[in-house]
Design a protein around this ligand. Structure first.
Ligand code: GZL
Length: 316
C-alpha cells in the first residue's frame, strides 16, 4: 500500500512539474512598446511593423503612443514596469533624460531594447541593446550624392528633424562633416520642421521668402519634410527636382515615387520595418542568449538610376 502511495505521489509531482512547464511555455510574451509618436509616414510604418509582427507571433504587445513628448514615453515605461511586462521596447524621441526610468526597469529586471534612435547614458547596462539605423552614414550618403551630382549648384537649405533627436543630431553632423570636404557647397540656412510634412512646408515657405532664387538645393532629414517642401516650391511657381535639387532620407513609398517623378533627386533609405528583428532579439534575451550590443540596418541610395526598378518592391 505504502509503495503504491509513494508511486502516486511521484506521479503527481511529475504531472505538476509537466503542467507548470507547459503553462510557462504556453504563456504569451508580454512586451511594452513606448513609441515616439505618429509624426511621419516612416513612424507609422514602424508602428505597423511592430504591431503586425507581434500579432503574427502571438506576442501580447502593450502599445503606448508618446505623441511626440518624452514625458509620455517615460510615463509609459514606468507603467510597463509596474505591470511587470517581460520586455520593454523604447523608441526614444530625444537622446537624453532616460537614465532614471531605465534604472527602474533594470531594478525590476525587465530588459529594455532601444529601437530606432539612440539614448545617451553613462551606464550602458541600463539597456540590453540598440537596434536601428546609422544616421551618421545616412547624412554622409546624402552629402556625397550632392557633391557628386550638384554640378555648379552650391547653396543648400537644410530641413532638420526633431530637435535633440539622435536622427537629427547625427544627420546634421554627418552632412556638415562631409561638406567640410567640399568647400564649394554651403548651407545658407537650417531650421527644424520636426520631421513633419507641415513643418517642412512652413520652413520651406520661410526659406523661399528669405532667400528666393538663391536656394539651389534642399537637404531634408526625412521624406515627409521634403514632400512638404515640394508643396511650397510648387506654390512658389518653381519646379522641385529641377529649379531646386532635393535630397532626403527615409525612402517611404511616396518619397521614392517623387524620385520616379523627378521631384526628389535622391533619397537615402532608412528602413522602419524593425518588428521581426526586435522580437527575435527579445526571444534571445529571454532565453539568456547573447545579443549584439548595437545592430544597424543596411541603407541604400535611391535616385533616377534605380527608383523605377525599386518602386514596385517598396514595403512602406
Ligand atoms: C529614423 C527615424 C526618423 C525618420 C523620420 O530612424 O527616427 O523619425 O527619419 C521619423 O521620418 O519621424
Amino acid at each position: 500500500m505504502a509503495s503504491l502511495l509513494k508511486k502516486l505521489g511521484s506521479f503527481a509531482a511529475g504531472a505538476t512539474l509537466l503542467f507548470a512547464a507547459s503553462a510557462a511555455l504556453a504563456k504569451p510574451l508580454t512586451v511594452g512598446f513606448a513609441q515616439t509618436g505618429a509624426e511621419s509616414a516612416w513612424r507609422t510604418a514602424n508602428t505597423n511593423s511592430m504591431k503586425s509582427e507581434a500579432e503574427k507571433r502571438g506576442i501580447n504587445l502593450k502599445f503606448a503612443d508618446g505623441q511626440g513628448k518624452q514625458e509620455n514615453q517615460i510615463r509609459a515605461v514606468r507603467t510597463f514596469v509596474t505591470q511587470g511586462v517581460d520586455a520593454i521596447v523604447l523608441a526614444p524621441i530625444v537622446e537624453t533624460g532616460w537614465e532614471p526610468v531605465l534604472r527602474e526597469a533594470k531594478r525590476a529586471k525587465i530588459p529594455v531594447v532601444i529601437m530606432d534612435r539612440k539614448v545617451q547614458t553613462s551606464d550602458e547596462s541600463l539597456y540590453a541593446c540598440f537596434i536601428g539605423s546609422d544616421f551618421y552614414k545616412e547624412g554622409a550618403m546624402a552629402a556625397e550624392w550632392i557633391a557628386k551630382n550638384a554640378g555648379s549648384r552650391s547653396k543648400i537649405v537644410e530641413l532638420q528633424g526633431t530637435p535633440g533627436s539622435a536622427a537629427a543630431n547625427e544627420r546634421r553632423k554627418a552632412f556638415a562633416d562631409e561638406l567640410a570636404k567640399n568647400p564649394a557647397l554651403k548651407i545658407i540656412d537650417s531650421q527644424s520642421g520636426d520631421f513633419r510634412r507641415s513643418g517642412g512646408k512652413e520652413v520651406m515657405e520661410a526659406f523661399l521668402k528669405k532667400h528666393g532664387k538663391d536656394i539651389e538645393i534642399v537637404y531634408a532629414h526625412n521624406d515627409d519634410m521634403a514632400l512638404g517642401a515640394i508643396q511650397a516650391i510648387e506654390e512658389a511657381g518653381l519646379k522641385p527636382g529641377k529649379d531646386i535639387l532635393i535630397v532626403s532620407i527615409d525612402a517611404i513609398k511616396e518619397g521614392v515615387q517623387a524620385v520616379v517623378d523627378g521631384k526628389i533627386n535622391a533619397v537615402v533609405e532608412c528602413n522602419p520595418l524593425f518588428g521581426p528583428k526586435i522580437y527575435d532579439t527579445i526571444a534571445k534575451i529571454k532565453a539568456g542568449e547573447p545579443v549584439e550590443r548595437s545592430s544597424y540596418n543596411v541603407d541604400i541610395v535611391i535616385d533616377s538610376t534605380n527608383a523605377a526598378a525599386l518602386i514596385g518592391q517598396r514595403q512602406y
